[in-house]
Design a protein around this ligand. Structure first.
Ligand code: GLC
Length: 479
């Protein structure tokens, strides 16, 4: 089958979060399972994209209100990705240094609506041009209007028989916009207006949920949570439950391999203890911390959704009450949360340090060198970091929600692989830190858990097969 993934991110070309990791890995594993998979993303002016060689494979024009916008579809020459990668150059809209926000100022782009309406139409024109696509697989709200456009826009109706799959990676963001901007859309059947609407706004996430042939999300736990917590779309998600499936993401075991990872200083060669210790010491080049204590790390966006706002208080309380651990935080995000971390830093020299940046390489080193990884998420559709943690022998400490609840088993239970807490409170977090510190001092127990989590298999090889089943059932309804 020929499957085209449409998304705003794809690692290593463009990654802001887990969406990029998934879109950069799933197609590779679909290919390994004998499918033909390709990805199409906007042609941002990001370093990886600018450093590749591209061939122009199609040029076209779309209409945004009364303006004709030219675009070019480029195919990446690299054959290292394991799938074909296309990018859409749309001068004026995507020739910028960031994905969603300016890389220097951090200011989000204000023309997201224009950008993604243009991108989605360019993708559809390209699909019309190449023909032969069996499945269009769209990811998150940036691509949510595609399932609608192929059915209800005369310009794209020639594609109406191609099944669309829509995956929700994050149900909090809908990309919704005012009806005042409806003039930017391609012409659509008047009676289909209701499919665009949710709460008197055009809501691409809601539209996708209504119009896609099959809906997936990135864990079963999250699929259930969405029925009562989806930022206003709960009723709709309940209504469309019958066409929905939860599939836990895999990780790309080729990229995330502690034995071969070029981004870590000391690859794993036999002795697990030595590998952890050496990589921990390596981290002292970047952070100030007491290495004899367990190192508890947070990696990710500093946002409310990830519970990052609670960490400064939880860390302070734990250290003030004499808890024995060191903490490191790597990430960017909300300036208020960033400032809270910077404020506590001088109080806990040697026990707490932070680096406010997105840094892929340093994050790999942190997975290798940390003892524990904390994820106090309020919402976590799947979560990949805990899976990366497992792979690098780092024990996750997670709040039991969504994909975290599904992939992490508390060590007090059989097959335990991490530490879990339920309540989103400072006390619950401190309690987990104390549990972590206790385990750290029990050499044998620590070694056993580390070995156990290294052997876990969350690879895409398995997860990709679930997607293939869905594609097949759409192409051939009797399967
Ligand atoms: C989003 C979610 C995260 C998930 C990722 C990939 O970033 O917040 O939980 O793992 O998408 O699906």
């Amino acid at each position: 089958m020929r499957i085209l993934h449409v998304a705003a991110e794809c690692y290593p070309a463009a990654k802001a979060g887990g969406l990029g990791d998934v879109v950069g890995a799933l197609p590779k594993y679909l290919e390994l399972a004998s499918q033909e998979a390709a990805v199409i993303i906007p042609g941002y002016h990001l370093p990886w994209i600018l450093n590749q060689s591209w061939n122009r494979v199609f040029s076209g024009m779309i209409r945004l209100n009364n303006v004709q916008v030219p675009f070019h579809v480029m195919e990446c020459e690299s054959n290292e990705l394991g799938f074909s990668l296309f990018s859409v150059d749309i001068p004026g809209l995507f020739d910028r240094n960031g994905i969603y926000a300016d890389a220097n100022s951090g200011m989000p782009y204000s023309d997201e609506v224009e950008r993604y309406i243009a991108f989605q139409q360019a993708v559809l024109k390209f699909i019309q041009h190449i023909g032969g696509i069996d499945i269009i697989h769209c990811h998150d709200h940036h691509t949510g209007l595609i399932p609608f456009m192929v059915k209800h826009c005369p310009e794209y109706r020639s594609l109406a028989s191609i099944p669309t799959v829509f995956t929700i990676h994050n149900g909090q963001y809908h990309g919704s916009f005012s009806w005042d901007k409806a003039y930017l859309l391609p012409w659509y059947d008047a009676q289909a207006r209701g499919l665009l609407d949710w709460d008197n706004r055009i809501n691409p996430m809601a539209t996708a949920i209504k119009c896609c042939w099959r809906l997936t999300t990135v864990s079963n736990g999250y699929l259930n949570e969405l029925q009562y917590q989806a930022n206003g779309l709960e009723v709709l998600l309940r209504q469309e439950r019958m066409k929905s499936t939860g599939i836990v993401n895999g990780i790309d075991n080729k990229v995330w391999n502690p034995s071969t990872d070029p981004m870590i200083a000391f690859p794993l060669q036999g002795d697990l203890n030595k590998y952890k210790k050496k990589n921990k010491i390596e981290l002292k080049k970047h952070f100030k911390f007491e290495e004899d204590r367990p190192l508890i790390t947070f990696i990710g966006r500093l946002v409310y959704e990830k519970g990052a706002d609670l960490l400064p208080d939880a860390i302070s309380k734990f250290l003030y009450e004499g808890g024995k651990a060191s903490f490191v935080v790597l990430g960017t995000g909300d300036p208020g949360i960033r400032d809270a971390f910077l404020r506590i830093k001088p109080f806990f020299e040697n026990y707490f340090d932070t680096s406010i940046q997105y840094n892929e390489k340093l994050s790999h080193q942190l997975y290798a060198g940390s003892d524990f990884l904390v994820m106090p998420s309020r919402v976590e559709p799947c979560g990949l970091n805990q899976l990366y943690g497992f792979r690098y022998g780092t024990i996750p400490i997670v709040r039991s929600t969504g994909g975290l609840a599904e992939t992490v088993i508390d060590i007090s239970e059989p097959g335990g692989n991490g530490l879990k807490f339920n309540d989103l409170t400072i006390d619950a977090m401190c309690n987990s830190f104390h549990r972590a510190a206790d385990i750290f001092n029990q050499n044998e127990a620590l070694a056993t858990i580390r070995q156990q989590i290294l052997n876990l298999d969350f690879s895409w090889e398995k997860a990709a097969l679930y997607y293939i089943q869905i594609y097949q059932s759409l192409k051939n309804p009797t399967v």
